[in-house]
Design a protein around this ligand. Structure first.
Ligand code: NAP
Length: 383
């Protein structure tokens, strides 16, 4: 009887608690659903506002909503005015990177926390980051460059007649290169350099495998790994074997014919721009103290997309001796841009350009890159 009484009292005491826990859980679930809806929702584009009175028009590649390359248009925007610490650059060429189509689609959705929920914020409608061009005006606090200098580097909204940037992350264009060649370099080459040298700690004489050796990042990674003194294996498809050999790979693996994660060779470093093999399969072909650098993945999942593999790597890391690391390239490192400039000027590094498009063909260029089979870089001429 007593037991029954206690049980009965306990049940009466628990009920309000259980009720509030259930209410809280419901609020959390509804909150998460609302957040998920807000993040994943695509709003209709806001109409383009008229140019301010007196503004000088320029042509720019914009997207006023998220979606496929069909949302990308050419529009007349106001030519920007540089602030005191900025340069006004007349863009002569730009390059497309996967970053551009991530912003175009607003995926993975986390991108929208920066670029805008529903549709891109008015100051995030322009596309393009890599550029090469000529300085047209300088703010009064600019010290390193002057009007007429030919530069290359990164600046937001580089797919346009003009862009503005601070001096950070810019360098003089190597005199032996065209604007198109110089524009092909910044993001892809910085990713390869920093991934191999700073994240992968690549040492002379080490064995490095570059997965995705024929892509924008991969073609720089093969050349930079060679110049860091490594023995390089490039993984690519049959049609790109000769290209990857020609830029310095000591060995090539045709991914259509063999799977490097099942081979007998062991690598001190795998620099992976594709992410098409399981993490443990990659670990299997690393030396006992080897490193897997996750530079990119093919995942198009809009929620986690390229973040899923690095997250899995974090979970696995404590259980393996090898290092599994990921990183984001730092495009503001002026010393690295100048290091690349030196290599380009000396002919020790050469951009591989697959296709060139005009500014009005930017949607086609993005569509081509997004298909995932570019051979080197996709460049836009801005005439
Ligand atoms: N971490 C960072 O800071 C950073 C910076 C820039 C880029 N990324 C990421 O790095 C990745 C690569 O960028 P990217 O500019 O080099 O892209 P990309 O130019 O589009 O690379 C495409 C290349 O991948 C190759 N590829 C496709 N499937 C392959 C496979 N199964 N095995 C080997 N190669 C394969 C293609 O060769 P085939 O035509 O022969 O298939 C093509 O050459 C992207 O995910 C990008 O988001 C990361």
């Amino acid at each position: 009887m007593e037991i029954g009484l206690h049980a009965c009292k306990g049940a009466t005491l628990m009920r309000p608690r259980a009720k509030s826990a259930a209410t809280l859980a419901l609020v959390v679930v509804l909150g998460l659903l609302a957040l998920a809806f807000a993040i994943a929702h695509d709003s209709a584009p806001a109409p383009a506002p008229a140019l301010p009175a007196g503004a000088v028009p320029m042509t720019a590649v914009v997207h006023r909503r998220y979606g496929s390359p069909d949302v990308v248009k050419l529009e007349q925007l106001a030519k920007p005015t540089p602030k005191d610490d900025e340069l006004l650059i007349r863009v002569r060429a730009a390059a497309i990177n996967p970053l551009d189509w991530h912003y175009m689609r607003g995926t993975p959705y986390v991108v929208r926390l920066i670029a805008g929920l529903g549709r891109p914020k008015p100051d995030r409608i322009q596309l393009g980051v890599d550029f090469a061009g000529t300085v047209e005006a300088v703010g009064k606090r600019v010290t390193q460059f002057k009007v007429g200098d030919e530069l290359f580097g990164t600046a937001d909204g580089s797919l346009a007649d003009y862009t503005v940037s601070t001096e950070v992350g810019l360098a003089l264009k190597p005199s032996n290169m065209t604007f198109e060649q110089a524009a092909a370099v910044p993001i892809a080459a910085l990713t390869a350099l920093q991934g191999l040298r700073d994240v992968g700690h690549l040492q002379p004489g080490q064995q490095v495998l570059i997965n995705g050796a024929s892509g924008g990042v991969g073609t720089f990674a093969v050349q930079l790994a060679k110049s860091l003194g490594a023995e390089v294996t490039g993984v690519c498809s049959t049609r790109n074997l000769e290209l990857v050999r020609s830029i310095g790979a000591d060995h090539v693996i045709d991914y259509n014919r063999s799977d490097y994660t099942r081979g007998a060779a062991r690598y001190d470093l795998i620099f992976d721009t594709v992410g098409n093999h399981g993490l443990l399969a990659s670990v299997r072909v690393l030396t006992p103290r080897g490193t897997l650098v996750i530079a990119g993945t093919q995942s198009n999942d809009p929620w986690l997309g390229p973040l899923a593999r690095p997250l899995r790597a974090r979970l696995i890391s404590p259980f393996v001796k090898q290092r599994l690391v990921t990183f984001l390239a730092d495009t503001n490192r002026t010393t690295d841009v100048n290091l690349l400039r030196g290599l380009l000027q000396d002919g020790k590094l050469k951009p591989v350009i697959d296709r060139e498009y005009s500014l009005s063909q930017a949607p086609e260029a993005i569509r081509y890159l997004e298909a995932g089979h570019a051979r080197g870089k996709v460049v836009i001429r801005v005439d």
